[in-house]
Design a protein around this ligand. Structure first.
Ligand code: ZN
Length: 480
C-alpha cells in the first residue's frame, strides 16, 4: 500500500501547535499558583482558664489555585505546639500543610489566664466580743488563691469604726475582699462605785477605797483599766473628790466621781475634877521596876497611868497586870526613836499602831490615850517642820486624846535622888486641883519616891486617879 506522506508543511504546523499547547499549559499551571489553604476551626486567638482542659479545635486544609479552583485536601496537615494549662502564659500552635512542595503555615495563639479571685476566710472565736477598751482583737483569717496558693501574708487589713475590711490580690491582679462587722459596745462603759458616791468617814490613819467596777455593755470587765485620780487625806477633815476614769485608745472616755467627807471624831468633853486629884503618869516602861510600882499603888489603892513602849518586851506582861488592876494604859512609842517616828505622819502612825497592838495583846482592848515622846512641846522633831502641829491635830481628829504634864518629877536628868524626886512632885502638886505628874518607871529612884508621894497626897486630901478620855490634858504649847 502506498504510504500517504504528510506534507512537510503540515508537520511543521503540528509541531508548532504542540509547542504552543505545551507553553500554554505551563503558563496555565504557573498562573494557577496552586497551594494549600488552611482554615482554623475556632478562634485564632483563644484564652483558657488556668487549670482547665484545653482541646485544640483543629484546622481544615484545601488545595486551591486561581485557575483550576479548589480541590481535594492536601496531605500532611499537622498541628504543632503544646498548651500547658497548668501554667499562665501565651502558647502558639502552628498548623502546616503542603501542595506541590509549597508549605503553608497558620498560627493559633492560646493564652492561659487566671481570672479567678482568691478566697478569704475569716475565723470566728466562739463567744468572742470586742471590748470597748481594748478594741477588736483579730480572730484570724486566711487567703488562698488557685494559682498562688496561700497568700494570707498579702492580705491588707483596714480597721473602720464598726468593721474590718480585708483585701488581697493574686499575682494576676484578681482581687478578693471580705468584711467583718464588729460588735463593739459603742456606748460608753459604766463605772459603778461600791459604797456611796458621797460618803462620810471619821478621820482615820488610812482611807480604804470601797472599790469600783467598770464594764462595757457587752459585759466585758474593764475594772483593771480604771485609773483613780485625786486623793483623800484621811486624818485631815475636809471634802475630797476622787475621779475614776477609763479612756480607750479611740479617745472615748467614761468617768465617775466620789466625794469623801472626812469628819473629826467626836470626843467626850474634858471635865476638871471636883476634888483635888493627882494623876501619876509613868512613861517609857514597862521595865524592871514596874512590878514593884504596881505593888505599892495596890497597897495604897491608888490608880495611875502608864504610857507604854515596846522597848523591852520582857516586861510587857506588866501592861496586862496594870490594866486589870484599874490603871490606865496609853500609847507612848514603840521605839522611842525621835528621828524615825517624827519623820512623817505615816511613820508616827506605824510606830503608834505597833504599841496599840502590844496593848491589845496584853489587855484585849485598844486605847485612845497617848503621850507624844518628848511631849507635844518637844523641839527634837524640828527636823520635820510643823510635824507636831499636824500630828496633834490629826490624832485629836481621829478621836485620840494626848496628855502632857504640869508637874515634872525631874527624874529625866535633873536628879537621880529619890527624896529629890518626891520633893519635886510634892512641890509641883501643891495648890493644884488637877496635877498630871511625869515620871518614868524604868528608873528605880523615881519608883522609890512614889510611896512618899502617896502618903503626902492621901494626908493632904488628894485622890490618885487614872487618866481617861474626860481627864484634864495638861497640854503644853506646841513648839513645832
Ligand atoms: Zn518617853
Amino acid at each position: 500500500m502506498e504510504k500517504k506522506k504528510m506534507s512537510p508543511k503540515l508537520r511543521l504546523a503540528l509541531i508548532i501547535l504542540g509547542v504552543y499547547l505545551l507553553v500554554l499549559l505551563a503558563a496555565a499551571v504557573l498562573i494557577d499558583g496552586r497551594h494549600a489553604e488552611i482554615t482554623l476551626l475556632g478562634e485564632s486567638e483563644m484564652t483558657v482558664e488556668v487549670g482547665e482542659t484545653f482541646t485544640d479545635p483543629g484546622a481544615q486544609a484545601i488545595s486551591t489555585g486561581r485557575i483550576f479552583g479548589s480541590s481535594r485536601k492536601p496531605k500532611g496537615l499537622s498541628g504543632q505546639g503544646q498548651v500547658d494549662t497548668g501554667k499562665l502564659g501565651e502558647y502558639t500552635i502552628s498548623y502546616t500543610a503542603s501542595v506541590l512542595g509549597r508549605e503553608t503555615t497558620v498560627e493559633r495563639h492560646v493564652r492561659v489566664v487566671d481570672t479567678q479571685p482568691p478566697v478569704i476566710e475569716l475565723n470566728h472565736t466562739e463567744g468572742y466580743k470586742a471590748s470597748w477598751f481594748t478594741g477588736y482583737e483579730e480572730e484570724g483569717y486566711t487567703a488562698r488563691d488557685n494559682c498562688d496558693g496561700d497568700i494570707t501574708g498579702r492580705v491588707e487589713r483596714t480597721e473602720l469604726e464598726d468593721r474590718i475590711i480585708y483585701t488581697v490580690k493574686d499575682s494576676s491582679g484578681n482581687e478578693a475582699r471580705a468584711e467583718r462587722l464588729i460588735e463593739y459596745s459603742i456606748s460608753t462603759p459604766s463605772i459603778s462605785l461600791n459604797g456611796d458616791a458621797d460618803m462620810t468617814m471619821t478621820a482615820a490613819m488610812s482611807f480604804s477605797e470601797p472599790g469600783y467596777r467598770a464594764a462595757d455593755s457587752l459585759g466585758n470587765d474593764l475594772t483593771s483599766y480604771v485609773t483613780v485620780s485625786g486623793s483623800v487625806c484621811p486624818y485631815v477633815p475636809g471634802s475630797y473628790e476622787l475621779t475614776y476614769s477609763i479612756t480607750n485608745d479611740r479617745g472615748d472616755a467614761a468617768s465617775a466621781k466620789r466625794r469623801v467627807n472626812v469628819v473629826a471624831a467626836e470626843r467626850p468633853e474634858v471635865k476638871k475634877p471636883e476634888r483635888k486629884t493627882i494623876y501619876l503618869t509613868f512613861d517609857d516602861g514597862p521595865g524592871p521596876y514596874t512590878e514593884q510600882l504596881l505593888d505599892i499603888l495596890s497597897e495604897y489603892g491608888a490608880k495611875a497611868t502608864f504610857f507604854v513602849t515596846g522597848t523591852d518586851t520582857r516586861y510587857s506582861d506588866m501592861i496586862g497586870r496594870a490594866y486589870r488592876e484599874g490603871h490606865s494604859i496609853g500609847v507612848h512609842t514603840y521605839t522611842h526613836d525621835y528621828n524615825s517616828i517624827y519623820s512623817s505622819e505615816q511613820a508616827y502612825f506605824d510606830d503608834f499602831n505597833a504599841v496599840e497592838q502590844l496593848i491589845y495583846e496584853q489587855t484585849g482592848s485598844y486605847t485612845s490615850l497617848f503621850r507624844f515622846p518628848g511631849g507635844s512641846s518637844n523641839t527634837v522633831s524640828r527636823f520635820n517642820p510643823g510635824i507636831m502641829s499636824r500630828l496633834a491635830a490629826a490624832m485629836e481628829n481621829m478621836g485620840y486624846r494626848y496628855f502632857d504634864w504640869n508637874v515634872s518629877s525631874g527624874d529625866a536628868g535633873e536628879t537621880t535622888v529619890t527624896s529629890q524626886v518626891a520633893e519635886n512632885i510634892i512641890a509641883g502638886c501643891s495648890g493644884k486641883t488637877a496635877a498630871v505628874v511625869l515620871q518614868h518607871d524604868i528608873k528605880n529612884y523615881s519608883v522609890n519616891a512614889v510611896e512618899t508621894v502617896l502618903i503626902w497626897g492621901t494626908s493632904n486630901g488628894y485622890s490618885f486617879e487614872a487618866l481617861d478620855m474626860t481627864s484634864y490634858e495638861a497640854h503644853h504649847s506646841i513648839a513645832n
